[in-house]
Design a protein around this ligand. Structure first.
Ligand SMILES: [Zn+2]
Length: 336
């Protein structure tokens, strides 16, 4: 099967496979969905299916052996292009689209088709989108364009009306766990909570898989809990430990934020509803009970609000260290 190595999205697998086997592949697609859901991996697999020169008409898989397939595996197929934003500009400019169109004028080298994946389509400037529109209006017969986007509303209506839209749904928790299993996470041995991983992944497998070292799933929540236990009672160590936790794990900053928030959420729930509530960090039930007692419901709510604000600021590219320091102080101030 074409999409064998990819997780979930069974309907999409079927739709795209049917297009290839029925020889009904159009010229333009929009693969929509959250970052990490697998849109680019699907685009790559779809492209290989489209470009394979020796696919048997009765089979729904590419041959894996023709020149096109081999070059796809090595990521060196000249008939396949993945276009990302210019790093210095954080956008895709009109020059990039013009260069693409020059390339589109040349026939495919190995197969019947050429595939162009625009990695973050909403990063195309207005000028770039207008230029691309010409391609979508009159594509060369061998050209296939796949626009990968999170928010399709940011694309011109004229572009949206010319693409076949494929919506990637969030995966179920079982699919997330299945993906983690395949990566070899041993929950018991590593002391990692499945509930916490699922809550963090939020149906997006790539989010959980992005954390390359699974020890992190245990280590950060454990540390975060120790740090939070210093918060009530205005302990001086809190400031130092809090900043260290965030600075040492800057690479996984999203997970650090999530872990602290998740523990506070558990403490808040327990302070409000007592010991029988469900916890995201079940393995720390006893410690969370203590935290809930010392922190109290209102302080937990305040702390969650402060952290949420900090996370919002960070997304707008506020200096990380500065933000961490000031958040620690705000958390302590709120305890007074
Ligand atoms: Zn092939």
């Amino acid at each position: 099967m074409l999409f064998d190595g990819l997780y979930g999205q069974n309907e999409i697998k079927k739709t795209l496979t049917d297009m290839i086997t029925g020889d009904r592949v159009g010229h333009a697609f929009a693969f929509c969905g959250p970052t990490g859901i697998g849109r680019k991996s699907f685009a790559r697999a779809f492209a290989q299916g489209i470009m394979c020169a020796q696919r048997h008409p009765d089979e729904d898989d590419c041959c894996g052996a023709c020149v096109g397939c081999t070059l796809m595996k090595n990521q060196t197929n000249p008939d396949f292009s993945l276009i990302m934003e210019d790093e210095d500009k954080n956008s895709i400019g009109v020059e990039t689209i013009r260069a693409l169109q020059e390339d589109m004028a040349k026939a495919p080298e190995y197969g019947m088709r050429k595939v162009y994946v625009i990695g973050v389509a909403e990063k195309m400037t207005l000028e770039a989108q207008n230029a691309l529109l010409k391609t979508l209006e009159e594509p060369a017969e061998y050209v296939v364009v796949i626009l990968v986007c999170t928010n399709i509303a940011l694309l011109l209506e004229t572009i949206r009306s010319r693409v076949v839209r494929i919506d990637f749904a969030r995966n179920s928790d079982q699919e997330v766990i299945c993906a983690m299993d395949r990566q070899g996470v041993d929950y018991g041995a590593q002391g990692v909570s499945k509930t916490l991983i699922c809550a963090y992944a939020d149906g997006i497998i790539g989010r959980a898989l992005d954390i390359a070292d699974f020890e992190i799933f245990k280590q950060i929540p454990t540390e975060a809990l120790e740090v939070l236990s210093l918060l009530p009672g205005g302990k001086v160590d809190f400031l130092i430990r809090f900043t260290r936790l965030f600075e040492q794990n800057e690479e996984n900053r999203e997970f650090v934020f999530f872990s602290v928030l998740s523990l506070l959420r558990d403490a808040m729930t327990m302070a409000r509803y007592g010991n029988r509530c469900d916890l995201q960090n079940e393995q720390f039930r006893r410690e969370i009970e203590r935290l809930a007692e010392t922190l109290g419901y209102h302080h937990a709510v305040d702390s969650i609000r402060i952290l949420n604000d900090a996370w919002g600021l960070l997304r707008r590219n506020i200096n990380y260290k500065l933000m961490v320091g000031s958040t620690a102080i705000k958390l302590q101030e709120a305890m007074k």
